[in-house]
Design a protein around this ligand. Structure first.
Ligand code: ZN
Length: 476
């Protein structure tokens, strides 16, 4: 079979309804990982649904306990071919957020797939069952086209706790690093920049959370007797915050800002437009660092936000000076930021500005920022494969704006990581009426089949090119 015939086979498969049938079967398992009582459904998704599907494609499967006691298990699978020159690792998650059945459109059940025009409604259609179902269907088509011989090894991690923060995933990668050893990572999750534009992202931003607290005394005191005599913690904290970030959202603490924007990242982002969707909120052009485009702000800069801020009781204000003020603050940061020292930079900044009374409570760094070097040969390879299939220039994002457990793959397993998302920004992921677009699924199936096909023909050469690259880098 030729590549053109493979594309036709992908389009025929979609038209036959077989893809929709598989997706509907997977969506019918209410795999809500936040609900302990869903254990039987979560196990059934692995044992009844995924293991037989993977075995039919020639995978050896094993369900392994989560290294963190009491957390959901993982399915590990691998498909080994004798003399295969390299190995691809992929990933998906079979768990979903809560169904939230009461709030969906009339007549739409989150545990069924309901087609409506271009939309296929159902919990998990976008995040992530639809996406890993597309990738496995692409594999099935390529295997059929190549008479069962892929030309490289393929390994898979299927997680059931992504929506609870991927507990144990990093420890799993460390524990099974030999079993999972690979040369390249390609997986699908999250949205494209816009529905029509194939997207490739190379990593993800990190997350840093911190609570700032001013506690001046025990208990509130009547403002008629004590106002003007007692310092107000809300006012103290507001001023402390305004010293960290200015009135236009610009971060003022040098240690919390990223290093300079690399020229190559600026170039990649030069053709990315944001906020063009019909339901997108209007972007505030004057917010955040002056001189950056919207795409640069989202994908290559750090942000500092206040998520919640209280003093006294906002629902029942009393004529009293409150004793405490608290602000829950949140940062998204890009690779190259010195996150390990964020708490120290904050402390030094607050002290230097006379805010010794502001306490830094529970600083917590929950996703690590990661990014594959945009000049890595795999990036150009992925871009060319997508162009060959779709005729479109993919949006290449140095990293995803949100958080992903990508460090497990890029750092712990040391792999070059390419993410090829099949969803779109208005997919209502994590909300009622989650859906996948049929038009995007159709294009994505061809695109993934094309990638898996091209990998057989070009993957070994790209691996060699990278080795030479690394060797010259060491000599230099
Ligand atoms: Zn999710």
């Amino acid at each position: 079979m030729t590549r053109e015939e493979l594309m036709q086979a992908a389009s025929d498969y979609m038209a036959s309804g077989a893809f929709l049938e598989t997706l509907a079967r997977r969506v019918s398992y209410p795999t809500e990982s936040l609900v302990a009582e869903r254990a039987p459904q979560i196990m059934a998704y692995l044992t009844e649904e995924m293991v037989p599907s993977l075995q039919a494609l020639g995978f050896e499967c094993r369900i392994v306990d989560n290294p963190v006691a009491g957390k959901w298990p993982f399915l590990l699978a691998r498909r080994i071919e004798p003399e295969a020159p390299f190995t691809l690792l992929t990933y998906g998650h079979g768990d979903v957020v809560l169904g939230d059945e009461a709030n969906w459109l009339e007549g739409v059940d989150p545990w069924k797939v309901t087609p409506d025009g271009d939309r296929w409604y159902g919990r998990g259609t976008a995040d992530n069952k639809g996406q890993h179902t597309i990738n496995l269907a692409a594999l099935m088509l390529v295997l059929k086209a190549k008479q069962g011989r892929l030309g490289y090894n393929l390994k898979l991690i299927l997680e059931m706790g992504e929506e609870t923060g991927s507990p144990g995933l990093d420890a799993l990668c460390a524990r099974y690093s030999d079993w999972l050893a690979a040369d390249l990572f390609i997986a699908s999750d999250g949205p494209r920049v816009v529905a029509e534009r194939p997207t490739l992202f190379l990593g993800s931003r990190g997350v840093f959370n911190v609570e700032l607290q001013v506690k001046l005394r025990e208990g509130a005191h009547h403002s008629g007797n004590w106002g003007g005599l007692l310092a107000n913690p809300g006012i103290r904290l507001a001023h402390a915050l305004s010293s960290i970030v200015d009135a236009r959202g610009r971060i003022l603490v040098p240690g919390l800002r990223p290093a300079m924007l690399p020229e190559q990242v600026r170039y990649l982002l030069s053709d990315i437009a944001l906020g063009t969707g019909p339901n997108d909120p209007a972007i505030d052009p004057d917010w955040n660092e002056p001189g950056l485009t919207a795409a640069e702000k989202l994908y290559s800069w750090n942000t500092f936000d206040v998520l919640a801020f209280t003093t006294g009781n906002p629902d029942k204000p009393a004529h009293a000076i409150p004793p405490v003020a608290r602000a829950h603050c949140h940062m998204r940061y890009v690779p190259g930021s010195d996150v390990d020292n964020f708490p120290r930079y904050l402390r030094e900044h607050l002290d230097a500005h006379g805010f010794e009374d502001v306490t830094i409570v529970t600083p917590d760094h929950c996703f690590t920022a990661t990014r594959l070097d945009p000049s890595d040969p795999w990036v150009a390879w992925g871009e060319a494969s997508i162009a060959r299939t779709t005729g479109k220039k993919a949006a290449i994002l140095p990293n995803f704006g949100g958080g992903l457990p990508n460090a497990c793959f890029s750092e712990t397993l040391g792999l070059p990581t390419l993410w090829v998302p099949h969803s779109y920004p208005a997919c209502s992921q994590h909300a009622p009426n989650e859906h996948l677009l049929q038009s995007v699924a159709q294009e994505a199936l061809q695109l993934m089949a094309g990638m898996l096909w091209d990998l057989a023909e070009q993957g070994a050469a790209v691996c060699r090119q990278r080795e030479q690259h690394a060797a010259t880098a060491i000599v230099a």
